[in-house]
Design a protein around this ligand. Structure first.
Ligand SMILES: [Zn+2]
Length: 117
């Protein structure tokens, strides 16, 4: 498993005890925390991307559910991120709004289907 610098998040050599990018000393515990930080930062960005995507995908019933639910899951995990917290928040809000719209759209679709019969 790759190690990451606790100070700057730079990927480190397995045996490195010093970050080549910022010069910070690396301990095993710190590098594990940095790995977690990098993960939540990525999840925040992923949640944000899904949130933005759902602005378009709610028009397509099945994709609307996939992107909004993924957006909520990733954004919720990404809320722990200190670097990308705003992205995660925006992703979460967008995902919830468009999940509601997607559900409403589905219900209206069902009602319309019955109304035309
Ligand atoms: Zn570093």
């Amino acid at each position: 498993m790759a190690k990451f610098c606790a100070n700057c998040g730079n990927e480190l050599d397995e045996n490195a005890d010093l970050c080549l990018k910022c010069g910070a000393l690396v301990s095993k515990k710190e590098s594990k925390n940095a790995q977690t930080n990098v993960d939540v930062d990525k999840q925040a960005t992923t949640g944000f991307t899904f949130g933005l995507t759902s602005i378009i995908t709610w028009l397509i019933p099945l994709f609307g559910y996939i992107t909004t639910i993924c957006g909520i899951v990733y954004s919720a995990k990404g809320l722990k991120s200190t670097k990308n917290k705003t992205k995660a928040t925006v992703g979460l809000v967008l995902s919830i709004i468009f999940l509601i719209i997607t559900i409403t759209n589905s219900i209206l679709g069902v009602i319309n289907a019955f109304a035309t019969v």
